[in-house]
Design a protein around this ligand. Structure first.
Ligand code: 13P
Ligand code: SF4
Length: 314
């Protein structure tokens, strides 16, 4: 495996690709958005690196013509919904999110027909079709605040039961029903594994993403989205951190905080979908305008409603 040092010094092949990406990016007036879980080489070419909330704001506010989204499909779709006049490209066609696929628009239409009177709140990790059936959207960074501020008391939360159960715990005054979805990467992390890791490093601050199961969330020193973790470690006086989220974030943490130590809560915290995008995919994306996100006007209009509500109440 590469060390941090040689990852930061690209080899000659990579250097060539990086120069080509920079040149094409300028020619096409493009912006490269990169999620915190992407591979180091791709993180290093980002115009903006961030979590789902931060990147959707960047997509909304950019004046560039093209957005290259290095992440997974629902993120690129969100960028398209918030910036419909732009060309949005997803460099790796197959980069999806299995959790987002655990709820469908048909299932939500069925639910609404059977049980009216519930507002449907979706995690941003959902398809555009699903968002089009929802009232409100949240990310891991703002879910508690948005649901607390939204003037309604009964919600169905889709699809992540772990994030939903964390919100339910924090917003006790509202009634929240949970869908049976989960992130297979975060849900794979076992409580015993975290206890063992904490025993080995008792001094380390345990930072947990709310997609982890409730037992692990309860053990956490802090429950945070990926950007919130980055801010926390920057500002903390602690020197050691145990990170319970996808391992891609450790590269950025170590790079930004060379005097601190970061350990993954488990070696199995790897999202294969987030690892699909390579420098050559970004280059081909700019070269051939691939793979363009295309959504109907109706879906863009309807899916924009829960996203606008989220931005209003966060
Ligand atoms: P963040 O919004 O915290 O970056 O999380 C996105 C995600 O997919 C977590 O698995
Ligand atoms: Fe989806 Fe989980 Fe991968 Fe995030 S880490 S993209 S929630 S599968």
């Amino acid at each position: 495996m590469n060390t941090l040092r040689n990852r930061m010094e690209p080899d000659r092949m990579d250097e060539r690709k990086i120069q080509d990406i920079i040149k094409l990016k300028k020619e096409k007036n493009a912006l490269i958005l990169v999620h915190n879980y992407q591979i180091p080489e791709v993180q290093d070419i980002a115009d903006f690196l961030g979590d789902s909330l931060d990147l959707s704001r960047k997509a909304r506010d950019t004046d560039k013509d093209v957005i290259v989204f290095c992440g997974v499909r629902f993120m690129a779709e969100t960028a398209k919904i918030l910036s419909p006049a732009k060309k949005v490209l997803l460099p790796s066609y197959q980069a999806g999110c299995p959790m987002a696929d655990m709820v469908t628009s048909e299932a939500l239409r069925d639910f609404k027909a059977r049980e009216p009177g519930w507002k449907i709140v979706c995690y941003v990790n959902t398809s555009a079709d699903v968002k089009a059936e929802c009232d409100l959207c949240v990310t891991s960074a703002n879910a508690v605040r948005v649901i607390r501020n939204y003037p309604y008391d009964r919600f169905l939360f889709v699809p992540d039961k772990n994030l939903g159960s964390y919100v339910k715990d924090q917003v006790k005054e509202k009634e929240i029903r949970l869908w049976d979805g989960y992130c297979h990467v975060h849900a794979r992390l076992a409580l015993d594994e975290v206890k063992k890791a904490k025993k080995i490093r008792p001094e380390a601050q345990l930072l947990v993403h709310p997609e982890c199961e409730p037992g692990i969330v309860q053990m956490a020193d802090e429950v945070l989205s990926t950007n919130q973790m980055l801010k926390f470690v920057r500002e903390s006086k602690a020197k050691e951190f145990l990170i319970a989220t996808e391992e891609g974030i450790l590269y950025r943490m170590q790079k930004e905080n060379p005097d601190k130590l970061f350990f993954p809560a488990s070696r199995s915290l790897i999202c294969p979908n987030m690892k699909q995008t390579r420098l050559s995919d970004v280059l081909n994306s700019l070269r051939y305008d691939q793979y363009e996100i295309s959504l109907t006007e109706e879906i863009i209009r309807k899916a924009g409603i829960p996203l606008d509500e989220m931005l209003k109440y966060s």
